[in-house]
Design a protein around this ligand. Structure first.
Ligand code: F0G
Length: 352
């Protein structure tokens, strides 16, 4: 079967009038990879899967929401779009806007966007404006600008982003033949946890699944406004994708947590980086640091004995590809060994 992207696949669940406006890069249909390593770590009563969203066309889950947001903008006759971003939304907006023949403007926090995201946004043709502020400042600007100028806002405050992103839940349920018992993921601007919960509820209402999962969201400890219950003025974390102090979808995320009987907790940068390295070195799955926050969270829960009496299926969403952030990969893994072009030197370096 040819996959035509998430809007075609789930059209009855997507608020678009006419298929002729669809702007797609055939996003979605990402692999659900079994993690035998995590199954062992978490105690053996669970089946654990990694939903590798880094396999989307621009390398993150943002493509699911962006195909909807840009298709709706096209339907409305928009000529330009704008977003604030820690990098992934920027790359997705730039790619889909180019494909739709629209201009894109992205406002990013200078010095806090991983190299692969910056490079992608530029080559897709966005006008990239860096501010000497953080993501929350950038989001305030784009909200203001889009209210008074002819540019459509494509951050997840645009409800069509959430509509597209809920396709992740549909794919998981279609692949498993049921909803998982547990669903773990990182939380930044809090759109994705809201979207996944909306998707599970929609499938439940449609009679496609019998139960819905417990939602387990994890923020970085230095950027954990929902956990602390107040905005964080100067968020700090190595996971720049989720370095956000005042999430736009805060209330929806809390509702997802409470309605699902789940939790939103936090993990330290050390825990995030440890999970990031384990996923690559034990499971062969390379995600970006922020994406590992969900796995760091389930490992933290293991230490608290949470999984002892639990069974069923756990899905951890890996939100973005590791290649987005080569600098952190090299910082964590170390530099290659340099030797002269001589067989002896190579063998010595191999140290068999
Ligand atoms: N993981 C990655 C790789 C992200 O890029 C983001 C958000 C998240 C997790 C958190 O998702 O915001 O829906 O809670 N990135 C946004 C951006 C903020 O601009 O790319 P969320």
């Amino acid at each position: 079967m040819v996959w035509h992207g998430i809007i075609h696949q789930y059209f009855p669940y997507m608020p678009l009038e006419d298929k002729q406006h669809i702007v797609t890069l055939n996003e979605g249909n990402t692999p659900l990879i079994r993690s035998l390593y995590l199954e062992k770590q978490l105690g053996g009563n669970l089946e654990v899967y990694l939903k590798h969203e880094g396999m989307n066309p621009t390398g993150s889950f943002k493509d699911r929401g962006m195909t909807m947001a840009i298709s709706k903008a096209k339907e409305a006759g928009a000529k330009a779009v704008i977003c604030a971003s820690t990098g992934n939304t920027a790359a997705a907006a730039a790619a889909y806007a180019s494909r739709a023949g629209m201009k894109s403007f992205v406002i990013i926090p200078e010095g806090n966007v991983a190299l692969g995201k910056l490079a992608a946004s530029l080559i897709y043709g966005a006008k990239v404006i860096q501010i000497s502020g953080n993501f929350d400042d950038a989001l305030c600007f784009v909200r203001d600008i889009s209210e008074s100028h002819p540019v459509s806002l494509v951050n997840s405050v645009n409800p069509y982003r959430i509509e597209g992103q809920k396709s992740g839940s549909f794919e998981i349920c279609d692949a498993l033949g049921k909803a998982p018992e547990f669903h773990a993921l990182p939380v930044g601007n809090a759109g994705n946890i809201s979207a996944y919960w909306k998707g599970y509820k929609a499938y439940h209402d449609a009679g496609k699944i019998e139960q819905t999962p417990m939602m387990l969201g994890f923020q970085a400890a230095g950027a954990a406004p929902i956990v602390h219950g107040h905005p964080i003025e100067n968020p700090e974390t190595v996971a720049t994708a989720i370095k956000i102090g005042n999430p736009a979808s805060w209330q929806m995320a809390e509702a997802a947590r409470d309605d699902s009987g789940g939790m939103i907790d936090m993990v330290t940068d050390d825990e995030i980086l440890a999970a990031y390295k384990l996923l690559a070195s034990k499971d062969g799955v390379f995600c970006e640091p922020a994406s590992a926050a969900g796995v760091a969270g389930v490992l933290k829960l293991e230490q608290q004995g949470f999984w002892k009496d639990k069974s069923g299926t756990l899905v951890c969403v890996l939100t973005g590809h590791g290649l987005k952030d080569p600098d952190n990969a090299i910082k964590q893994a170390g530099q290659p060994i340099s030797v002269p072009a001589e067989l002896d030197a190579v063998l010595e370096a191999m140290d068999l």
